[in-house]
Design a protein around this ligand. Sequence first.
Ligand SMILES: [Fe+2]
Ligand SMILES: [Fe+2]
Length: 273
Amino acid sequence: MSDICPDLLNAFNCPDTKKKAELTRALFKGVNDGQYNCVLPCFFPDRPGRPNKPELLAPKHVPRRRISTGRTGRVALLHAIAHIELNAIDLALDMAGRYAAYGLPFDFVRDWLFVANDEAKHFMLLSDRLESLDSFYGALPAHDGLWEAALATREDLAGRLAIAPLVLEARGLDVTPQLIDKVKSVGDEASAELLQIIMEDEVSHVATGKRWFDFVCGCERRDPISSWQGLVRQYFKGDLKPPFNIEARKAARFSAAFYGPLAAGRSSLQPPS
Ligand SMILES: [Fe+2]
Ligand SMILES: [Fe+2]
C-alpha cells in the first residue's frame, strides 16, 4: 500500500506557486506510474499554502479588469485568471485528499489529479504569459473570496462536488469564450490561444465533477437533480447567471435540467423564437 496523502498535503501546503505546480505535476505522474495505490484519511488544513504576494483583498476592493485599457488591462485580466487557476490547483488536490474517509475508489483520486495537473499547466501558462508582458503572478492584488466555497463544503463531499466543478468551473465555460473574443479584439493572439486551451480542458473538469456527483448520489440513493439544486441553494450565495454556454455544458454531460430552474431571470434559457 502506498498512500498518496502525505505528498498531496505537501503540494497543498506549499506556499511557492511554481513549486506547487511542479509538485502537482509530479503527483499526477506518480499516479500514472503506479507509485501510489491508496489515499488514507489524513488531516487537511482549512486553507492551502500561499505566497506573501499577491495581497488578498475583499472582492469589492479588487480593481476591475478592463481590457480596453491596453497592456495594463490585459495583465490585470490574466493575473485574475492565474489566481483562479492557482485556487483550482488547490481545490483539485483538496478534493483528492480531504474526503478519503468516504472510502471512494482510487479512481476518484486519479481523476482529481488529472484535473490538478491541468490546473497546474493553466497556472504556469498564465504565469509565463504575465512574465512575457513584463509582469508576474503576485504583482497585483487578488480576490480573497475564492476559497469560501471550499471552506463551506469542507465536510460535505456531495456539496463540494455540487459547487466547485458544477457551479464555479461551469461558470468558466460560460464566460471564457467572451474573454477569448476580447483579447483577440485587441490583437493578443498569444493570450487568446492559452485561454482556448483552458476552455477545452475545463469541459473535462466539469464532466469529472458531474460523473462523481452522480456516483455519490447513487451511493447515497439520492436523486441527482433535486440534490444538486438543494446543495447549490445551501452553499452558493447568489444566483446562477445566464447566459449559459449550453453547448459546452452539454459536452460535459451537464444538462440544463440541473441548472435551468436556478437561473436568475429564467427566460434567457428559452431558445430565440
Ligand atoms: Fe483551469
Ligand atoms: Fe478546472
